[in-house]
Ligand binder design. Structure first.
Ligand code: G4P
Length: 525
């Protein structure tokens, strides 16, 4: 098979949802279809239940489990599917954001009872930044949910994306009869907890009596009205608009009952994009180029201090990755040999000899790699689009054991490289402030610094609203600004200038007073 054929048969995607909407359940059903697992219950949930909120050790354990399910590769109808797992817990949202930089499309799961929830909104923002194609699965139709039209309106409004239903539910909850495929003009009847898949019943004419017999008179009447409305309100589905990230096709179903999942998967492999060209600092790289390139989007550390190795997750972007070859590490300017790469297949990891664009390779690393690193076959370029986002909680790091300063510095650096949190160093006084999305990370950092580096720290809360990266077309103005706001200026891990704003109102005022300064909420601009 040549490289173009390898590329065309790959679909690399992630499932995003608010916790509890059904991501794990849907993942499991997809794996069942792919023959990657044999029975339900085989996928360990990477989600963290509410009761474990305060117990972060439990969460780390879960994260440990989730290494195995970080990337699930399987085959379905001749297509190689790479499903990238995303942590459900909002404190690890930053992990999810980064994982989304390595996918080519996304399936979004929405609970029909709860509608669009906060976490989904945030994740969708990240998808919008890269125009990632999104396919939407409205789940739990076996429950009394919200009106489907209201749900669609809510998605458009809250998620800022146009929708186009491709299937339509016939009633809901106890009265749920099934879904009508607007595409195939067929009915799929629902039988609770029946896991077998039956082909849809073709309905030539929605006005025929056949429909009444299948779903009852009232349901049939309602479906006819709904379908008329849908065809009147929503423009015809355009695959191109979906690929451009402008329209999200919507499916209804019930993951736990395996209902609507096959239709979703069949449509997905047909319309979801294979690996596409990606942007670097030097040029756009096409996947079919002969020379291998890729980037690191995630690092998972081994918490056992005796085995300080970590797994770096590499997304192949172009060419063929071959185990045992030397590749050029752009940031370090040197060749590295990759003899111990692993591929991810369902829940197993196996040694991989070659990988193609869209594949994810696990690399055992002793500290050479960090998130955002690009590997090439010699070319100087760095993949862009893997930004850091302004954290939400900020705390100053206080070293409690001066004898262990070196260990602390090393530990902090490594944890930041793993992407556990972000660190900002004030230009004045060199104070170090750690910023995170969730409160849990501080406990994780404190524990791991002690456990793995024997360093003791305390954290002191800071009154900071946002860390904004600052630039200006006018270097003199930027220098003046930095000078006048010295106490609030820090540098991020790459030495970029950051303004630490104390409150929203103050930030607004500063923005108004310094119109020539640009304030950015992500590290890439
Ligand atoms: P998550 O990964 O998005 O957090 O959600 P997960 O799949 O774990 O699903 C959350 C809960 O919703 C689970 O119940 C799951 O069984 C249930 N669920 C998933 N799909 C459906 C569906 O189509 N209909 C209904 N009624 N429920 C669904 P749980 O009680 O939290 O866990 P479990 O004990 O059932 O595993």
């Amino acid at each position: 098979m040549n490289i173009r054929e390898e590329i065309n048969k790959r679909r690399t995607f992630g499932i995003i949802s608010h916790p509890d909407a059904g991501k794990t359940t849907l993942t499991e059903k997809l794996l069942l279809f792919g023959g990657a697992i044999q029975k339900a219950g085989a996928v360990k949930s990477s989600k963290i239940k509410d009761h474990a909120r305060s117990d972060w050790m439990e969460i780390e354990k879960q994260r440990g489990i989730s290494v195995a399910t970080s990337v699930m590769g399987f085959h379905y109808n001749g297509i190689k599917i790479n499903l990238l797992d995303t942590p459900g817990h909002q404190d690890f949202a930053e992990d999810t954001y980064r994982t989304l930089t390595a996918v080519d499309s996304v399936i979004m799961v929405i609970d029909c009872v709860k509608g669009v929830e906060t976490q989904t909104e945030k994740l969708m923002e990240v998808c919008r930044m890269r125009n990632t194609p999104v396919l939407c699965f409205i789940n739990k139709l076996d429950r009394e949910g919200r009106d489907p039209f209201d749900l669609l309106d809510e998605i458009e409004e809250k998620l800022g994306i146009k929708v186009r239903p491709l299937s339509w539910p016939i009633s809901m909850g106890k009265g749920f009869k099934g879904v009508y495929s607007l595409f195939e003009k067929s009915i799929h009847l629902f039988t609770p907890s029946k896991i077998t898949i039956e082909a849809g019943i073709q309905i030539k004419d929605i006005n025929s009596e056949e429909l009444d017999k299948l779903v009852g008179e009232n349901n049939a009447r309602q479906l006819r009205t709904d379908v008329e409305l849908i065809e009147g309100v929503y423009p015809e589905f355009s695959v191109q608009e979906y690929l451009d990230g402008k329209v999200a096709p919507v499916f209804f179903g019930s993951a736990v009952n395996n209902f609507g999942v096959k239709e979703l998967l069949d449509t997905f492999i047909n319309i979801a994009p294979p690996p596409e060209p990606r942007v670097t600092t030097a040029r756009i790289v096409k996947p079919e180029e002969n020379k291998f390139t890729g980037f690191i989007f995630k690092i998972h550390a081994n918490m056992d201090p005796k085995h300080r190795n970590r797994i770096a997750f590499l997304r192949v972007c172009s060419g063929k990755f071959e185990r045992g070859s030397n590749y050029f590490h752009v940031r370090h300017h040197k060749d590295l040999r990759f003899s111990n790469a692993t591929a991810f297949m369902a829940q197993d990891r196996e040694t991989v000899d070659e990988a193609w664009p869209g594949d994810i390779v696990g690399i055992y690393d002793t500290g050479n790699l960090k998130i955002g690193d690009t590997l090439t076959t010699g070319e100087e370029m760095t993949y862009t689009g893997i930004p850091s986002f302004s954290p939400e909680i900020f705390k100053e790091v206080i070293n409690k054991d001066a004898m262990k300063t070196k260990q602390l510095e090393k530990g902090l650096l490594q944890l930041m490289e793993e992407g556990v949190a972000q660190m900002f160093t004030y230009t004045l006084g060199k104070r170090k402030v750690v910023g995170t999305v969730g409160a849990l990370q501080f406990e994780v950092i404190q524990f791991r610094l002690k456990q793995e580096y024997n360093a003791t720290v305390e954290f002191v809360g800071q009154n900071i609203y946002k860390a904004c990266w600052i630039t200006s077309k006018n270097p003199t103005k930027l220098a003046e600004f930095v000078d006048s706001k010295q106490r609030h200026i820090a540098q991020d891990k790459d030495g970029k200038l950051v303004f630490m704003a104390e409150s929203r109102a103050w930030l607004q005022m500063v923005q108004e007073n310094f119109p020539e300064i640009e304030f950015h909420f992500t590290s890439e601009f």
